[in-house]
Write a protein that binds this ligand. Sequence first.
Ligand code: SF4
Ligand code: MSK
Length: 642
Amino acid sequence: MPKDLLFADNATREMVKRAEAENIDTIWDRYDAVQPQCKFGSLGVCCRICTMGPCRISLTPGKDPQTGACGANADTIAARNIARMIAAGTAAHSDHGRGVALTLLQAAEKPNFDYQIKNADKLKAIAEVYGVKVQGRSISDIAQDVAKAALEEFGRYEGEVRIAATAPKTRQELWRKLRIFPRSIDREVVETMHRTTMGVDADYKNIMKQGMRAALADGWGGSMVATELSDVLFGSPQPLRSRANLGVIEADNVNIVVHGHEPLLSDVLAIMSKDEDLIAKAKAKGAKGIGLAGICCTANEILVRHGVPLAGNFMQQELAILTGAIEMMVVDVQCLMPSIATVAGCFHTQLVTTSSKARMAGVRHIEFHETEAKKICTEIIGEAIENFSNRKKERVYIPKDTEKLVAGFTTESVFHHLGGKYRSTYRPLNDAIIAGRLRGAAGVVGCSTPRIDYESGHIKMVKELLKNDVLVVSTGCNAITCAKHGLLKPESAFEFAGKGLQEICRAVGIPPVLHVGACVDNSRILRTLTNIVSEGGLGNDLSDLPVAGAAPEWMSEKAVTIGFYFVASGVYTVIGHPLPMMGSQNLFNYLTRDIEQEVGGKWAFEPDAVVAAHKMIRHIDKKRKALKLKPMMYEQALKPEE
Ligand code: SF4
Ligand code: MSK
């Protein structure tokens, strides 16, 4: 077993042992194999954006070379590298949003389309944002205009990303003053790539400003479009019960695991997996039925809308196949390790890619088109059923571990729950913070990584925050980790939360960690924070709120983008592993200190998750003090010294 697997859930530990016994490499083995890693790359001072390079800046201060061949110094090179990571993250989330908008347009235009509009109220709310007339019009007419308005967000040649105007007014004014209000989503990605190509922008602060604008185009643009229109098309999530971890895979089912990020295919698969004809076919092959489970954010999408159980997070994608009980793994886009093709090859598991954007050499490809969604899903499930007889019973090994969970909170359902039964308002939530029952809130999100003891970052941080009466909202792989460790059960409040947070959880029946969806659904957190500001009593801008953000185990470029849009929205954001820019002292000082003067938020890098939690708590306390809020009601949790 890898030496750093002491904190993981039992299912992961068991399956890693099984991989070792079967001599199958996993992410942990391959991560070890790439050590030691290049210091220049890690510190962000390697540039290869033109063929006069690659150029590397000396890591010894004062020692040559201190610039690349063109004269770019460490600040320029590191800033350009970070900006390009942001552009990539924005591209990924926003392309997802574009896909949902295009599907909504087709659903509005074609009466017999496989997708139907499930949430007309949400559609009307977004219509208002876009100035689309609602009165006296059919849902399909409204939806066409809303979808077109959303699609214009990507390529408009003048003006601003319109949905970003849902941010608090003071924040919008600040973005305009700093010239970081995103204009259109694609434009910000393109301009970031332009500015960071050879011989363009050399001012590290100016590059970072464009980076923030591109990140805002994601959080308050592409991701927000993805979330809002997914709610329209697939229905808004409602709090529901389900289960998490590899034990959700049942040996006697035809098992299909979906993995990736997008809901378009998986939402239909979730519905079709309950089709009686298909279940009958599975039974005819000797199975009990059809079992669907998910990995990563595709899992989160269909968990929160259909209650489909979570098989695991990013680090468990290979381990799911290692159970030997998966007939098919169906992948869409993002966070797919190419290694799953190799692991699937060791078992009967059929790996199927479905997006033209994400194919793997030699892997079965069934291209997904929204126009034939049900037909394609029927074909996919049919192939999985056929593959059931190829399963080798003696190679099936499914760990027993599962945990119960409650997921599916949204800006609106948080509103409903924390707002009290009779009045739809954030008032009771704001009042709980003002009165010192709740210290504040933290968004803890993001990936898992083999870089640290798996899941220790997430779990230690979240528990420390809960103990100190900080309500945690979670997305992505953090949410899956919290689920596996029992933190999404309402009763977990009594074990892990401080007294004030316990009182809230008891009164409204919520878990102390609120699962608000997939990575794109971090936009729900932005919206929730905006609602808290609008409710009043906690300042005029997001940067006034006693809140903080964190991604203790981040690894993806998307996490860099998310961090930057939270910082640019005024939120103090702590990540475990530093951004790859530590070779530039100036950029480090700017991002972790000076940027706060400009946008109200800043970065912190802290590998110790408990220390990181206390940095967040201290920040929350600083904001409470500035707002002259009452002292905390219960101070039973001790805070370690700085
Ligand atoms: Fe080297 Fe400058 Fe080219 Fe980068 S842009 S590879 S620093 S010459
Ligand atoms: S899936 S981006 S590993 S959170 Fe969204 Fe998890 Fe990170 Fe992928």
